[in-house]
Design a protein around this ligand. Structure first.
Ligand SMILES: Cc1cc2nc3c(=O)[nH]c(=O)nc-3n(C[C@H](O)[C@H](O)[C@H](O)COP(=O)(O)O)c2cc1C
Length: 329
């Protein structure tokens, strides 16, 4: 029988993590080119979806060449989530709907959404069942390991997910209260894998190809998901893909290669958001791409002060020239 990943035409189980404010269409396309086999929209509010909020609708746009792609939703009310999922299926036709049970941001958990749902597994069951019944698309879930260390949900969440129609689970094994501090506890990925028949995707603290191999090996997970490691560093995906397929791992790019890609990314962002918004949105990517590069601090300061797309184009071009000169000695 075909596995869930095979049905989605995923050969190498390498996923790009959903990241609000980051995994927009331009970034997803770049990461796909480097080897991500499944990516997700930034999370979208189920309330925003049913209210037809314009910004929310933009978050869900994707292009055919991005498939397979998932749209991730969050919320508290099973009926609202189910209606949102049905609308998304009909309007956007993604390959799957992912339920966010992992967001630790106070604005979200205060409303009983995101990882707050982990505090009440019966509500989680109701949400997952309502959404699974409302759509024909596969429904997956992304979870943390619990609210805090005294309220872990691994492994008791496994039957709840299975019985409510979830078809794949991604675990970021930090608690809500940890947010992004401390270390992801990969032993919990192993525990979940040993207690469920669902495919388990491991997530958290993968920064190198070696980390990805180690996670697969130590936990037995069915695939890996990479988030922060890919920021300003989408090449990591090609290195992980090579490691997972047993081929030669590509070298890290040179500063000049990094800047050439950054400049392509910049053009995509400006095209997607328009010149007014595009250069502002790109500032955080600049700080990620240039971390550790020669004269990076000065370049970042100049980029941060730009007040138009043209200024930013000029600042990027002059930094590219500087790096070229440095590389030619
Ligand atoms: C800026 C940022 C935004 C994020 N937004 C989301 C989101 O919208 N949905 C989600 O499920 N997780 C979100 N996450 C969590 C990541 O998907 C991932 O679980 C987490 O960063 C751990 O993986 P990593 O160590 O590879 O980054 C976000 C993380 C970051 C850093």
């Amino acid at each position: 029988m075909q596995s869930f990943l095979e049905k989605l035409r995923i050969g190498v189980p390498l996923f790009l993590a959903p990241m609000a404010g980051v995994t927009d269409m331009p970034f997803r396309q770049i990461c796909r080119d480097f080897g991500a086999e499944l990516s997700y929209s930034e999370f979208v509010s189920s309330e925003g979806v049913i209210q037809n909020n314009r910004k929310t609708l933009r978050y869900m746009m994707f292009q055919e060449n991005e498939r397979p792609v998932g749209i991730q939703i969050f919320g508290h009310d099973p009926e609202v989530l189910a209606n949102a999922a049905a609308f998304i299926e009909k309007t956007f036709h993604p390959d799957l709907i992912d339920l966010n049970f992992g967001c630790p941001v106070p604005k979200v958990v205060k409303k009983g959404a995101g990882s707050a749902v982990l505090k009440d597994l019966e509500r989680l069951r109701d949400i997952a069942s309502a959404v699974s019944s409302a759509v024909t698309l596969p429904v997956t879930a992304k979870i943390r390991s619990g609210w805090d260390e005294n309220h872990g949900v691994i492994p008791q969440i496994a039957p709840v997910l299975e019985e409510s129609g979830i078809q794949l689970v991604t675990l970021h094994p930090r608690t809500t209260l940890m947010r992004y501090k401390g270390r992801a506890d990969w032993t919990l990925i192993r525990q979940l894998k040993e207690n469920t028949r669902l495919p388990v995707i491991g997530n958290g603290d993968i920064r190198t190809a070696g980390d990805a191999l180690r996670m697969m090996d130590e936990t037995g997970c069915d695939g890996v998901m990479v988030g922060r490691g890919a920021l300003g560093n989408p090449w990591l995906l090609s290195q992980i893909k090579a490691a997972l397929t047993g081929t030669a791992i590509p070298e890290n790019p040179s500063p000049k290669e990094k800047m050439d890609l950054m400049s392509q990314h910049f053009r995509k962002v400006v095209k997607f958001y328009g010149p007014e918004q595009g250069y502002k949105i790109f500032k955080s990517h600049i700080s990620w791409y240039t971390k550790g590069l020669p004269h990076g601090t000065t370049f970042r300061q100049k980029a941060n002060m730009c007040s138009s797309v043209h200024e930013m184009e000029a600042v990027i071009a002059s930094y590219q020239t500087l790096l070229k000169e440095l590389s030619e000695g």
